[in-house]
Design a protein around this ligand. Structure first.
Ligand code: HEM
Ligand code: HEM
Ligand SMILES: [Cu+2]
Length: 547
């Protein structure tokens, strides 16, 4: 890996590792006695490992000039492996928190294993660890292939990938230690947030620089989705995380936003994290890997562009549907509700476009579990956006809000759409990047598919039931006008559904473990290649060949 870097890049990599290590040392010293101290040492340790890896290869030969005629796929491979590793860990934690809701004693009397700490490990782990690494890997693959251009240098992508995973590790380990900003999906504290800004801006610049080198005159639509994802996430992250630390020696900070403004900024962020992290980026995957796998051009290119502008414009205004019946002015809630309903049109445009692309390739959907992953993902994308637009209607939200219906909606999107499109894309990518004809075991892909589908269905049906029962129980009155059920009654009624959800989640987790195993075997089976031997030349977008 280091041998693919030029000598100058190796020196810069070493300098960055040393600089980051020093920052870790400063944090450790400043955070004396605070949880920040532990993070300081953690950063130093990771930076030291990076420095050692660089030093071991620093005197190696310079990479051949011929590399410039091929794509640079090494960091993409690492991103895929990181994504699957996070998937297994974070979904395991998901099953654990699901079990905790049925069996509250599973915390083993330790603070770090309490629900409040494990839950954000799950959400950040799946969204940022699993989803984010997959997005970085696929986006860098798609931009090179559709631009017929190599990444502009060898170092930036590694910086983005390693730096991003450092952020994820700081976030997840922080939650276990009790470090949190208490903003959902933005729990990481100020020093981790600042680090992510540096990483993310590098990512955006890398993407733009690659596009600028393109030999294709046209910018394929998948790149627009990826660019919207990268750019908007940067804006959201910076604005929602503006905070003032208690002191430079403390992990704790306070947001600069107050009262209802804070709530609005948070849910403008949270909602658009769904829109641009969990939707736009994955639509980028869908628009590239689905046509490739189906061997058919996209049904309507024009529709994909219309959907893009509709999604990017409408989503921005819909965040207030998370704050119905709150102190937020009524008209702002109505605005969010209206835009949420309108959002259904561009959302279904993309879902429909994907399914219509499969017309004429249904026999492939039947025979190829990888393509089936993507087909079902498009269906769940349609289901979850329909449900979202429905839940955003204020009177519907009065029933669903605070209940498990929301959690069911979340996982219809997260499992059915985000995870399935990712698995479909990775199963397409892994054999092609590691130069294999197919995955190690197509039968295991089939198993993974059915476990995922069964797990998703069990999960969301359990949550639809429990959510609607909760909502109804909380609003049932006796003839005297008092509440018919106590909160505890409703909690007891949830018990069977919480067990069902845990089992559904377990099926999904087993599927993911099988997927990770299958990919690992595929990668291992790839003959030990000398560096540069397997590089794909720029001219041929998908065919394997020597550079
Ligand atoms: C093995 C599969 C999974 C299981 C068992 C699982 C389980 C859970 C549980 C128990 C919760 C807490 C619900 C609550 O507080 O009442 C949760 C929340 C959440 N999970 Fe998962 N999850 C899984 C996979 C995923 C994946 C793949 C994603 C994203 C790509 C995801 C995203 C989320 C999000 C965003 C929340 C917060 C929901 C909210 O606040 O409404 N989960 N999950
Ligand atoms: C047209 C598209 C969509 C609309 C209008 C929409 C709307 C909504 C609404 C109204 C809520 C409930 C707010 C509340 O009562 O607290 C919600 C929650 C949520 N949705 Fe969606 N949704 C859409 C698509 C999606 C998709 C595709 C995903 C996932 C991939 C997703 C993930 C989430 C998450 C994570 C939450 C929970 C937020 C929280 O409270 O922690 N949504 N959405
Ligand atoms: Cu929303």
């Amino acid at each position: 890996m280091i041998l693919t870097l030029t000598e100058t890049e190796r020196q810069i990599a070493l300098a960055i590792s040393v600089a980051v290590g020093l920052c870790g040392l400063v944090l450790a010293a400043a955070g004396n006695q605070d949880t920040m101290e532990i993070h300081g040492w953690l950063i130093l340790a990771i930076a030291a490992i990076c420095a050692i890896i660089v030093i071991r290869g620093i005197w190696g030969p310079e990479p051949p000039k011929s590399r410039l005629q091929s794509y640079y796929d090494e960091p993409i491979k690492a991103g895929i492996i990181a994504s699957m590793a996070w998937a297994v860990v974070a979904m395991f934690v998901g099953v654990w928190v699901a079990a905790l809701l049925a069996f509250p004693d599973l915390t083993f009397d330790s603070a770090w294993a309490s629900f409040g700490r494990l839950r954000p490990v799950h959400t950040s782990g799946v969204i940022f660890g699993f989803g984010g690494n997959a997005l970085i890997a696929t986006s860098l693959h798609v931009v090179q292939r559709t631009s017929r251009a190599r990444l502009p240098d060898q170092l930036s992508a590694w910086f983005v990938l390693v730096g991003y995973n450092l952020f994820c590790i700081l976030a997840a380990s922080g939650y276990l230690l009790g470090v949190t900003q208490s903003k959902e999906y933005a729990e990481a504290e100020w020093y981790a947030d600042i680090w992510l800004v540096i990483v993310w801006v590098t990512y955006f610049i890398l993407y733009i620089r690659t596009l600028a080198r393109r030999k294709e005159p046209h910018i394929y639509v998948a790149n627009w989705y990826f660019m919207a994802f990268i750019l908007v996430v940067a804006i959201l992250h910076i604005i929602n995380n503006l905070a003032i630390p208690v002191s430079l020696g403390h992990a704790k900070s306070y947001t600069i936003w107050s009262g209802v403004q804070d709530a609005m900024v948070q849910w403008w962020y949270g909602h658009n994290a769904v829109a641009f992290f969990l939707t736009a980026g994955f639509l980028g995957m869908l628009y590239y890997y689905l046509p490739i796998r189906a061997q058919r051009p996209i049904f309507s290119y024009r529709l994909s562009i219309l959907s893009f502008w509709g999604i990017t414009f409408f989503y921005m205004w819909a965040g207030s549907h998370h704050l119905h019946y709150t102190a937020l002015p009524h008209w702002v809630q109505t605005l969010g509700m209206t835009f949420s309903v309108m959002l259904l049109v561009p959302s279904w445009a993309s879902a429909g476009n994907a399914l219509l692309t499969l017309n004429g390739a249904w026999h492939r959907v039947r025979d190829d579990a990888t393509l089936r992953f993507m087909m079902v993902a498009a269906v769940f994308y349609g289901i979850s956006t329909f449900e979202g637009s429905f839940l955003a209607i204020r009177p519907v939200n009065s029933l669903s809000h605070y209940t498990d219906w929301t959690v069911g909606h979340v996982h219809a999107g997260a499992l059915g759409w985000v995870a399935l499109i990712t698995f479909g894309s990775l199963y397409t990518l892994v054999p092609s990047l590691w130069k294999r004809e197919a995955m190690y075991s197509p039968a295991l892909v089939e198993w993974h598919f059915w476990l995922s589908l069964a797990g998703t269905l069990v999960y969301i049906f359990a949550m639809w039931n429990s959510g609607i029962i909760q909502g109804l129980m909380w609003r049932t009155y006796t003839e005297e006008g008092t509440l018919a059920y106590s909160f505890l009654d409703s909690l007891r009624a949830m018990y069977p559904y919480y067990i069902a959800r845990t089992l559904g989640g377990l099926l999904f987790l087993i599927g993911a473990v099988i997927g990770a195993y299958n990919m690992w075997r595929t990668i291992r089976a790839a003959s030990a290649q000398a560096p540069f031997e397997g590089d794909v030349p720029l001219q041929a977008a998908t065919a394997a060949g020597r550079a």
